[in-house]
Design a protein around this ligand. Structure first.
Ligand SMILES: [Zn+2]
Length: 179
């Protein structure tokens, strides 16, 4: 018995009717970077189906070094596999989606942050950098960070959005642009 039992039963239902998606160009040509928060599931917010969009999730949905490295690799892979099949020689759009009521917001408080660093061993500066207190501000900063990352392919565009947990609505804060 594991806490996964109920979920594995749901998976059994899923597998009975699953239509496998082939390794191909993601149908929406959008890669989503967002928070790992269980209320912010991009498949549900955006009605994504299998094979439509890759998703990178971390605390806050921040454009970390690790996220930039993943995006660089996916860009390389897309170019290798599908470079000749793409319109306009463009690869995909990265949509950075931050959200209201983010749990990383507590890290904006120095006392809370200090306690978190002491208890977990994480660096206080790293915790401060991951805080999303105002998603409108952090999403703009992260779009800029990605657009100026030397690893980013010039064929990848970047946009920024905020998801309001209270209303379910996603608002575009930064329109898509290329590096
Ligand atoms: Zn969050």
């Amino acid at each position: 018995m594991t806490r996964m039992t109920a979920l594995l039963e749901r998976n059994e239902q899923f597998a009975r009717t699953c239509t496998p998606a082939a390794l191909g160009i993601p149908a929406q040509q959008v890669l989503i970077v967002t928070c790992l928060d269980h209320r912010v599931d991009p498949a549900i917010l955006f009605g994504l189906r299998l094979g439509e969009a890759p998703v990178i999730r971390n605390a806050g949905g921040r454009v970390t070094e690790a996220a930039i490295e993943d995006i660089a690799y996916i860009g390389f892979l897309a170019e290798q596999l599908f470079g000749g099949q793409l319109e306009d020689d463009r690869l995909f759009e990265v949509a950075v989606v931050h959200h209201t009521q983010c749990g990383t917001g507590f890290l904006a408080d120095p006392g809370f942050r200090h306690q978190a660093a002491e208890t977990t061993g994480l660096a206080e500066a790293a915790l401060e950098a991951s805080a999303v207190a105002d998603p409108h501000l952090t999403v703009k900063a992260d779009v800029d960070r990605l657009l100026t990352a030397p690893m980013l392919s010039p064929k990848v565009s970047v946009s920024g959005h905020v998801y309001d947990v209270a209303t379910g609505r996603v608002t575009t804060v930064v329109d898509a642009r290329y590096p």
